[in-house]
Design a protein around this ligand. Structure first.
Ligand code: ATP
Ligand code: MG
Length: 351
């Protein structure tokens, strides 16, 4: 249940604070556009925190996953580079974290076949996220790739034996499918070491990040054109924030339910400045949306300035970016090859 997952997440956080060794975390993104401040405050900041706390972190650039919800890949090579640049500029440290592209890890993809043998079609149709994605396609036929998405995710998590996956509430069912596959693997194919399962039971770390709304007051999403991207300039950011939706009450208060748009701007200002959004609201008082946006523009641009400066430096050094990805892919391949060897041994296929 949600309550148990929340309790468990708190316990895991406490354990990490004491001793992070023994935790391996898998996270990632689809290369479908540029990262925005919703990604940053909603998940990236948290990844960096866990990485720096000593959690062994794997960051997947889910390139093949792009075609599960699109007809083509788009300008994917540029997007992979942009994602990698965003990661490094916000503090994902390739010395601590393994950054890799899905398509570069053949042994990861080979896990799909035994894993697919362990799930039924009705189980996949029942998966709430597959259902939701299917409904979002407007009744068009669902591809086999989309239907088997939970199995792909299981392979992404299990290839490196991650035992920790930061997720939103809506993604909990995916992880259950991963745990089921891990258990069934042992039941059907056996173990190499009778005392130890081949795969761990991956646990959800429920996101403590905030949901950030876009300039139009709906969830900030790269496909909606309502974003502030990490790579934008300070001027572009100022211009966009001027257009952000507020309301007609000039007296600024923090009231996420009653005044979602104004409160969202206060939330972002709070996250960017490390202050309590209520205190910011009080300070702005009767300054209206204009006063709020002026303050937000200042603190957001100030917070993003070093990230953007680093981003510009990285863009000038494509050789370095290539090296980082090559090293991450090499490390991920080593881990994937070892896991696949173990899987084949358990299946009696070590030849
Ligand atoms: P798309 O429009 O293609 O769905 P998106 O901008 O919504 O793209 P996703 O790839 O769906 O981005 O999001 C990846 C992850 O980033 C989410 O699981 C979530 O953790 C985080 N995230 C995305 N948007 C937000 C947001 N507005 N607020 C907080 N977190 C977000
Ligand atoms: Mg989305």
């Amino acid at each position: 249940s949600l309550h148990r997952s929340e309790e468990r997440s708190r316990a895991i956080e406490e354990q990490i604070a004491k001793d992070a060794s023994g935790f391996r975390m898998l996270t990632g993104d689809r290369p479908t556009g540029h990262l925005h401040i919703g990604h940053y405050f909603g998940s990236l900041m948290n990844r960096v925190r866990l990485q720096d706390a000593g959690v062994d972190t794997y960051v997947l650039i889910a390139d093949y996953q792009v075609i599960a919800d699109r007809d083509g890949t788009g300008p994917i090579a540029e997007r992979v580079t942009s994602l990698l640049t965003d990661y490094l500029s916000i503090g994902i440290d390739p010395g601590k974290t393994t950054i890799f592209t899905h398509s570069a890890i053949p042994a990861l993809n080979q896990l799909m076949l035994p894993f697919l043998s362990l799930v039924s079609d009705s189980e996949l149709y029942r998966n709430p996220t597959v259902k939701a994605e299917h409904e979002a396609t407007g009744g068009r036929p669902m591809s086999g790739l989309l239907l088997t998405y939970p199995v792909h995710q299981a392979a992404d998590i299990l290839f490196c034996k991650a035992n920790l996956v930061p997720v939103g509430k809506d993604q909990l069912p995916h992880l259950e499918q991963t745990r089921v596959i891990a258990r069934r693997f042992d039941e059907r194919y056996g173990r190499v070491d009778p005392a130890a399962p081949v795969f761990p039971q991956a646990e959800a770390l429920l996101s403590s990040g905030s949901l950030i709304l876009g300039l139009d007051g709906t969830k900030m999403s790269k496909s909606k054109g309502n974003t502030i991207e990490l790579r934008m300039t300070a001027d572009e950011t100022a211009k966009l924030l001027k257009r952000a939706v507020t309301d007609s009450d000039r007296h600024i208060t923090y009231d996420p339910v009653g005044r979602p748009e104004v409160s969202n701007l206060l939330t972002i200002a709070g996250l960017a400045s490390g202050r309590d959004p209520r205190a910011i609201a009080e300070e702005i008082g009767d300054g209206g949306g204009g006063g709020l946006k002026k303050y937000l523009t200042e603190v957001l641009n100030e917070m993003l300035a070093p990230i953007r400066a680093r981003r510009l430096e990285l863009e000038k050094d494509p050789g370095y970016l290539d090296d980082v990805l090559a090293a991450g892919n090499a490390r991920a391949n080593q881990v994937a090859d070892a896991t696949l060897a173990e899987v084949r041994a358990a299946m009696g296929m070590s030849y």
